[in-house]
Design a protein around this ligand. Structure first.
Ligand code: ZN
Length: 192
């Protein structure tokens, strides 16, 4: 039982972050002050049973999910359209992983088909900060700068290539679309 309250606190903290709530906000929702929330999350303060329900309601989880030994918070599922090309599916997964990592708390990650197309993203959603960040994450994950620079060096040592040919060869190597690779090369300052 020594671990009970620290583990409860960890679960509260995780759920609170997922819910994008500050300790203060959670305190307001449960009728406690911020210091109490800090102490509860650290496992130093024990709460009465009825507050377990208040916490679960405020955090939008089942009470069991806050209890040690209870089920973990809901799994995350990333869906891809199996009719899409491999490169597009890879980019979609990387893009959604970006959302997961950078924008926790989004209840459901499900981008509409048009939103997973690289060019559509750039063209139509250039003002959507989260989309731009998810694309940047995907680009860095699938086309790491160091590896791209190495590959470019190798290809250019072997012979001259137009920017289009370069993007095509690299796209094959990194299993991304040519559009994604062209954009990456421009972003890295390799082509213009
Ligand atoms: Zn997105």
């Amino acid at each position: 039982m020594d671990d009970f309250y620290p583990e409860f606190g960890r679960r509260v903290r995780l759920a609170r972050r997922r819910a994008h709530l500050s300790q203060e906000a959670l305190g307001r929702l449960t009728g406690m002050n911020r210091t109490s929330i800090t102490n509860i999350e650290a496992g130093r303060q024990r709460i009465p049973l009825h507050l377990l329900v208040s916490f679960a309601t405020a955090l939008d989880v089942e009470p069991m999910e806050l209890l040690p030994g209870g089920p973990p918070a809901a799994r995350t599922v990333i869906g891809v359209n199996s009719a899409h090309s491999l490169t597009r599916r890879r980019f979609t997964v990387a893009h959604e992983l970006g959302h997961l990592r950078l924008h926790p708390g989004r209840p459901l990650i499900l981008d509409a088909p048009a939103r997973v197309n690289f060019r559509d993203h750039i063209a139509s959603l250039a003002t959507d900060r989260e989309e731009i960040e998810a694309n940047a994450f995907a680009a860095a994950l699938l086309m790491p700068e160091r590896l791209v620079l190495e590959a470019v060096g190798r290809l250019l040592t072997a012979g001259q290539h137009t920017p289009e040919k370069l993007a095509q060869l690299l796209a094959e190597e990194f299993q991304v679309s040519e559009a994604a690779m062209s954009y990456r090369l421009i972003n890295l300052g390799i082509t213009t």
